[in-house]
Design a protein around this ligand. Sequence first.
Ligand SMILES: Nc1ncnc2c1ncn2[C@@H]1O[C@H](COP(=O)(O)OP(=O)(O)O)[C@@H](O)[C@H]1O
Ligand SMILES: CC(=O)OP(=O)(O)O
Ligand SMILES: [Mg+2]
Length: 402
Amino acid sequence: MHLLVINSGSSSIKFSVFATGEPSPQSLFEGEVSGIGSGHATFAFNDVSKNKQKPAGIKAEDPVKAIGKVVEAISSPSVPAIDAVGYRVVHPGAKLHSHVRIDDQVLHDLDEAVLFAPLHDPSAIRIIRQTMARFPSIPHFACFDTIFHQTMPEVATAYPIPSRYREQGVRRYGAHGLSCESIVEQMRDAGAAIPPRMAIAHLGSGCSVTALMDGRSIDTTMGLTPTGGVVMGTRPGDLDPGLVLYLLRQQTGDRNQSFDAVEQLLNHDSGIAALSGLPNDMRSTRKAAAEGNVSAQLAIAVFTRSVRKAIGSFSWLMGGLDAIVFTGGIGEHDTQSRSEILAHLQPLGIHMEEKLNVAEKNEGEGPIQLISASESKTEILVMPAKEDWMIAIHLQRMLVNH
Ligand SMILES: Nc1ncnc2c1ncn2[C@@H]1O[C@H](COP(=O)(O)OP(=O)(O)O)[C@@H](O)[C@H]1O
Ligand SMILES: CC(=O)OP(=O)(O)O
Ligand SMILES: [Mg+2]
């Protein structure tokens, strides 16, 4: 069977075609629209058995506008007919508790869930509806970013607000769960031992740090929504809640308009992009910082400091760290962010080996790149966030059971 996976992030749509198989589904085609909303979006689609083509520039102001390009690519005669589709949906809301086959009831529940992930869920749901209309006779499944974090204990998920809100589903959910699960699954796949105390820093457009014990999530920085936690591309991460009240009270005029304006501010107009005054793209922010742009330098320093603090707090919580994994667009590629986040930690037994950090990864080396020095008590690893592969694994399991 052939599976299509559509992963819409806040600044990208990644999509893949897999052939089902053991031990896990095999990727045949991979594509990506990246830089959505940055003014210089690119599109790439590749047969994984052939040489990669260079991404081409396209117009893509938002993920929904980019989906037509995805459907066009997978409709090409060289791509096999699709038997099932799996979507990454960031938040299932308070009612859904597992990855599911999508029917009218699930679509209704997802419509209700948009309050929990207003930056991600609305476009994901529109993409699902459009793709279901295009492929009406095959099953469609939603895989959620929160499910992996269901192992978090109540002490990690309970907010110190009146308990009636908890009963309504107001708690920490976390996100980037499919990415974290793919890290653990790739370690298993490679026959590597799962580090007992691990922190995964998923640094992409959205950024989070997750604490794992024996491969299970025990705490994470994102909260009820993916707006909280560490500093991100266009989101501020954790703020003084009084600041949000201040913003709301400061807005004048229509009440709904002020909510919309504050939501726009917190999900689209904050984070690294706000501090730097530049588009949401770490590559151009780094370039500007290197050229002496002090706003870009400050933005990056605020970002790396917040990630450093999150990893530090989880290390304290677990009584130390056996491994730190960097993943996501920034985590996998921005060598400077990695060295800034872990600078001067030798007294704690954490030694990044700069030569390994900047070394080009060779093809066929496997997914786990070790960048710590041999004397480091904590292993520092760089690994790909294989969310699409993880969704294909769930899809394959659900297809057997449905
Ligand atoms: N080679 C690179 N060097 C530095 N940053 C990079 C590089 N490649 C991608 N990035 C950054 O990764 C971020 C996007 O991460 P990604 O995980 O693809 O996003 P999304 O959250 O939309 O899935 C952007 O800030 C981008 O600039
Ligand atoms: C949950 C989240 O922030 O996802 P992304 O990083 O793909 O925007
Ligand atoms: Mg992502």
